[in-house]
Every structure is written in C-alpha cells, then in structure tokens.
Ligand binder design. Structure first.
Ligand code: HXC
Length: 259
C-alpha cells in the first residue's frame, strides 16, 4: 500500500543508485518521502537519476565514489551528511559482474568483483556507521541467489555475494544493540537491468521464466517494494535476514528427480 509519508524525515544513501535495481529503490524511497543520496563510480550515471529524484519533491544528492576506495567512500559519506544532514538508511547495491569460468579467470578478475561487492559493502557500512548510530537506522545489503547452488561462470560473484550474506548476519548482531537493523535482499533475475541484459541471453531468460514457480522474471519494483519493507518500521523486528525475492526460482533450479 502506497504511504507517501512512510520514510518522511529520513535520509537514505544508496550505492549504485544511478541505475538498475538501485535506481528503482532510490525512486521508491523518494516516492515515500525519503531524501536520497546516490553514489557510483561515474557521475554521468548519477545525474539523471538525481534529477528524477528531485522531480519527486525530495532533496537528492549525487556523488561519484568507488566503493573499493575507503578514502573516497569516507569523503562521499561526509558530503552526504553535509548536504542532507544525516543518514538513516544505507543500501549497499554497487556491484560488478561478468561471466567467466574459474579456469579462465585471473586472480585480479576474481579479486575485482570481491573488492566491489563484498569489500565495498564493508567499506560503506563502516563509513556510515557513526551516522547510522546517531539515531538508529537500517542497512540493506543487495546480494544474489548465485551462491545457493553451483552457478557456473560465477565463482567470483557467488563468493562475493555469499560473503555479503555472512556480513549481513554478523553486522546484525554487532549493530543491533546500536539500534541498527542489518538485512539483505537476494534478487532473482530482474528484467531490464544491465546485469541481466549483459549476463543472460534470450534462451536463458526463457529458461528462467519456465522454471520460476511464478512464471516470470522479477521487476525493479519487486525489489524496491522489498526494500521499502526492510527500511521501514514495518520490519522493526527483522534483523539479520536476507530476503530472497526471486519468485521461488532458485528452489526449482536444483535438478528435478526423474528428469
Ligand atoms: C574475464 C574479466 C572480464 C570478463 C573484467 N575482467 N571483465 N575477466 N571476463 N568479462 C578482469 C580483467 O581482465 C581484469 O583482470 C580485472 O577483471 C579487472 O578488470 P578492469 O576492467 O580493470 O576492472 P574495473 O574497470 O574496475 O571493473 C570491471 C568490471 C566492472 C568488474 C567488469 O566494470 C563491471 O562489472 N561493470 C558492470 C557493472 C554491473 O553491471 N553491475 C551489475 C552486476 S549484476 P586482469 O587480470 O586482466 O588485470 C549482479 C547480479 C548478478 O551482480 C545476478 C544476475 C542474474
């Protein structure tokens, strides 16, 4: 149910917020009264979304920063607080990915994705902690269902995402007493996103639709709605979970007995 004041008087920082799933989360938060800061490596990926956010009547701020660089992350967090005054919600969504079998993947290729996804999630969470602590808050880490089974060509991303889920559980325990809930979302394939467009093809998308118990790919709104829930008071006793939002797809991705 749409509640325009659901996140009123709060500020969210969303990494990777210029495009894809995280752009959708940013717009949904703004539609529910939240002021929003977005970061990514390239300012040109951020400015159009920042303008869309402002058009929804909230304050919005964009700052380029590479989540792999702790100093740049600290600068970005400080700039968000200067511009918007506080941080109540952090969405760690910045991610890198490509398909490559481990046999052909270089150590730097593996490390690059772990650095962006897993270490980036740690870097931004740590930088935002003093501000989240000030009033209590909510962290949402975007992972994936890739590590639940042996997804070939995804050794780097699956390991990084599994690490993120582990970090979610640990920080939920460490930061819960500080009034900060830490949860995650593991999206299935989300139609129209760069990740799915680049990493899948027509055949694999059709296969996913056929296999999904709900018979479709996910939408950006599916993930934005889950984020709204986890960020809001509706989830005030939810801490340390990674909410799978994939229509049940991964459950059907195991081999079917007899086939
Ligand atoms: C093999 C590759 C590669 C590829 C990069 N590398 N692309 N190896 N196959 N296709 C290797 C490089 O050779 C290099 O190793 C190392 O990775 C670093 O590459 P750089 O180009 O120098 O790094 P950088 O520009 O910092 O980042 C590269 C990148 C990033 C990780 C590919 O640009 C990226 O992912 N951009 C896309 C962002 C995106 O789409 N995010 C959404 C992800 S979707 P060497 O050894 O040569 O130095 C997602 C959800 C998954 O995560 C679920 C889907 C169903």
């Amino acid at each position: 149910m749409f509640q325009p004041d659901l996140l009123k008087n709060t500020v969210a920082l969303i990494t990777g917020g210029g495009t894809g799933i995280c752009r959708g989360i940013a717009l949904a938060f703004a539609a529910h009264g939240c002021d929003v800061a977005i970061t990514s490596r390239k300012i040109e990926h951020l400015e159009p979304t920042r303008d869309e956010l402002r058009a929804r009547g909230v304050r919005a701020f964009a700052k380029a920063a590479d989540v792999r660089d702790p100093a740049a992350v600290n600068d970005a967090v400080a700039a968000v607080v200067t511009e918007l005054g506080r941080i109540d919600i952090l969405v760690n969504g910045a991610a890198g990915n490509f398909i490559c079998l481990a046999e052909h993947l270089s150590p730097n290729g593996f490390g690059t994705v772990v650095d962006i996804d897993l270490k980036g999630t740690f870097n931004v969470s740590k930088a935002a902690l003093p501000h989240l602590k000030a009033r209590g808050g909510s962290v949402i880490n975007i992972s994936a269902t890739l590590p639940y089974l042996g997804t070939m060509g995804q050794s780097h991303a699956a390991a990084a995402k599994a690490g993120i889920d582990s970090l979610t559980r640990t920080l939920a325990c460490e930061w819960g007493p500080l009034g900060i809930r830490v949860n995650g979302i593991a999206p299935g394939p989300i139609e129209g996103t760069e990740g799915v467009t680049r990493l899948t093809n027509e055949k694999s998308r059709a296969g996913a639709i056929a296999q999904c118990p709900l018979g479709r790919l996910g939408t950006v709104d599916d993930i934005a709605n889950a984020s709204l829930y986890l960020a809001s008071g509706a989830a005030s006793y939810v801490n340390g979970v990674t909410l799978v939002v994939d229509g049940g797809l991964w459950l059907r991705s195991a081999r079917i007995l007899g086939e």
